[in-house]
Design a binder for this molecule. Structure first.
Ligand SMILES: C[S@@+](CC[C@H](N)C(=O)[O-])C[C@H]1O[C@@H](n2cnc3c(N)ncnc32)[C@H](O)[C@@H]1O
Length: 287
């Protein structure tokens, strides 16, 4: 019995796959499409560190896929064992299969398939110091992933997706989060459900708007929780969402650009809102 088999349990629990026609491989490849992600209620994340972080944070892994080259790698063997212990399947695959699954020429050695998880809106109970970000109809997966990553970086609490949005569990969004998809709770709501929930939000609801009259640097964000509302990339916040904000803030600009990119504007706002909470320290030396 190899070291790998000792970690992973019974040898039969590790399937070696070299054929693209294998049904398990077909199911994983299908996760590139939203229709199949929704059908399977699953999504894919690439990279050993991401998969370890996801397991540490309690995400439920369905399938672990690793390249043959990962055999003998202690870290890979450990997550294979954790996958088996969690009732998941472990696939050892050829380079060709991994390239097909990830659609990348130089794929990561490890891919995990996880169950999707949304936080129910009704479970969000904001307390003092909490910052939540509501994104109105965000379209671009890169923007959504970058916002989720930034929310994580500043220690905000989570993201609420309002209306029809890009999928937080698409491969592109998950890649752009750089692993923060596993650390940041994501809720989704129709505009009506969001507006109903917003009425009981116990702190400042700050919208950002190109017509906002208030300089974002003039606001005291230190009291109570904050809900930051960001508008759609093309249209900005619609009237009914803008009207539900306590303040509409603007980031002053110079030059000819009409507006900032959504993720950049969210980053500027989040670092201002969290300014008092962020200090350089030993834990800040994380790379
Ligand atoms: C690309 S902008 C939207 C531009 C859109 N054409 C509009 O009229 O609002 C996306 C979002 O980023 C935020 N944003 C971008 N630049 C901003 C600025 N200078 N001040 C305040 N918010 C800004 C707003 O929430 C905006 O809805």
């Amino acid at each position: 019995m190899s070291a790998y088999e000792r970690h992973a349990g019974a040898p039969g629990q590790v399937k070696e796959v070299t054929s693209l026609a294998n049904p398990l491989v077909k199911d994983i490849k299908a996760l590139a499409l939203k229709k199949f992600r929704d059908q399977q209620n699953a999504f894919m994340a690439e990279g050993l560190k991401l998969v370890i972080d996801a397991l540490d944070l309690g995400w439920s892994i369905r399938t672990l896929v690793f390249a043959k080259a990962g055999r003998g790698n202690t870290a890979v063997e450990k997550i294979a064992a954790r996958t088996v212990a969690a009732g998941g399947t472990v696939l050892e695959v050829s380079e060709k299969v991994l390239v097909a699954i990830t659609r990348r020429d130089n794929p990561q050695m490890v891919v995990g398939v996880f169950s999707q998880k949304f936080l129910p809106l009704k479970d969000i109970r904001a307390r003092d110091g909490d910052v939540w970000v509501a994104l109105d109809r965000v379209r671009d997966p890169g923007n959504l992933g970058t916002v989720i990553r930034t929310v994580d970086a500043v220690g905000a609490r989570g993201v609420i997706l309002v209306g029809e949005t890009t999928d937080p569990f698409s491969v592109e969004t998950v890649r752009a989060t750089m692993g923060s998809i596993f650390a940041v709770p994501v809720a989704k709501a129709s505009p009506e459900a969001f507006l109903a929930w917003r009425t009981s939000f116990p702190g400042l609801v700050a919208g950002t708007h190109l017509k906002g009259a208030v300089d974002y640097r003039s606001v005291d964000f230190s009291k109570g929780p904050v809900l930051l509302m960001m508008g759609n990339e093309q249209q900005g916040l619609p009237d009914e969402l803008a009207a539900s904000c306590d303040k509409l803030l603007r980031i002053p600009q110079a030059g000819r650009a009409d507006s900032l990119n959504l993720a950049v504007a969210t980053g500027v706002m989040l670092f201002e809102i969290r300014r008092g909470a962020l200090k350089l320290g030993p834990e800040d030396a994380r790379s």
